[in-house]
Design a protein around this ligand. Sequence first.
Ligand code: EPZ
Length: 452
Amino acid sequence: MDTFVIEGGRRLSGTLAVNGSKNAALPLMAAALLTRERLVLRGVPLLADIRNMQKLLQVLGCRAERDGDGDLAMQSADGASVYAPYDIVRTMRAGICVLGPLLARFGEARVSMPGGCAIGDRPVDLHLRGLAALGADVSLEGGDILVRAPRTRGVHRLRGARVFLGGPMGSTVLGTANVMSAAALARGETLIECAACEPEIVDLANLLNAMGARVTGAGSPRVLIEGVSELAGATHRVIPDRIEAGTLAAAAAITGGDLVLENCPLDALMAFTDRLHAMGVRVTTLEGADPMRATARFTAGGALRPIEVTTQPHPGFPTDLQAQLMALLTLADGNSVITEKIFPERFLHVAELSRMGAHLFRVGPTVIVSGVRRLVGAPVMASDLRASAGLVLAGLAAEGTTTVNRVYHIDRGYEALEDRLGSLGASIRRVDDRVEEAALLPVVVAAGRAVA
Ligand code: EPZ
């Protein structure tokens, strides 16, 4: 397993272009199952989760390869498999987003129940409620979800309906993606009430419409889908990754740096930039013709002001930037309050940041961050994708050396993070633990002999 070794205290500055969005690309890839024609996605980042989704699609009889230009070309054959096995779904919970497309295209699907993960329980009851509302027969067997469309006049086909997708924490992003994709091929109209409003849902609706679907209202809590009999192939560029953009902006802020981000989805980051502004970080738009692909400058300097923040469904503050903001606030000039409303257990980074000298006090879904003057580098353990990013940010600002273990978590959602931060002046290198252990072995053996 790889480790990042970070020498803190360097100010980041320079220019980077934001990569394509992981959380948009995954449901977009699943949409390839809705048609037998070729679907091409541009700007898909090179990430472990993307490779896992390619593997899952191939198991489902859908070719998924990079072409010469780096675009992702997919084509789903008729009569392919409709079974998404546990060994792939368990490594990437987002595999659940093949459920709706398989059901809509083939009339049935068997998808392993995704387990929980480091950020807490990950139920799928809203996904299943939504598909059942479209007429699907839903059952659970041996850890798998089985869904089958109703048979009318010899054809298995879902029927449009009014679907409510509200849950205890608001709506569900991948649940909305599943129901929207399934409804695209249903007979009649579907109205999704309490749909997720995330930008990734808008991107999926834009792709579905490019394939011949009729989706309106995406980005609002009410999405209308008029079912069609079949969908065609398309070519589509993935929206920029708002969470990668926020993470890079936070890296500049925590080091008192000055960063220009190109292809920056400012329009999808309003809640985040609002909090940066409140902390005293300057955010200026250098070019914003398309506010989803703007050029923005993030400038920090002087003490960061403490703030309050609560994570909410979009357009509220994104839970996927909570750990990164907490790292930033550990060095603010006063006490901040962070409340996590989406995944109340999403605090695995708290103990690790405390090892670096942060003063953090958790009370249920809330953490009081009492700002300190400095963090001190230490060995810390990555646990989930975004918590790991928070630890890297802390390491960039800490005095001395920070080693972040198990960076495979980071590789799931950030492409070559060490190279990208290094290009801005960070001292961060990837160490392959296997190489390090092998190099150390002779020394350890010799030391053992000397002691014996
Ligand atoms: C998506 O996950 C993202 N993943 C997550 O990003 C993100 O944190 C999350 O949305 C919230 O914004 C992808 O897009 C691949 P949800 P998703 O269903 O869709 C509850 C990252 O770091 N819920 O919107 O799985 C659930 O427990 C990842 O990139 C139900 O109760 O999240 C949670 O409290 C982590 N029943 C809330 O809703 C359900 O059936 C939001 O979950 C589904 C969800």
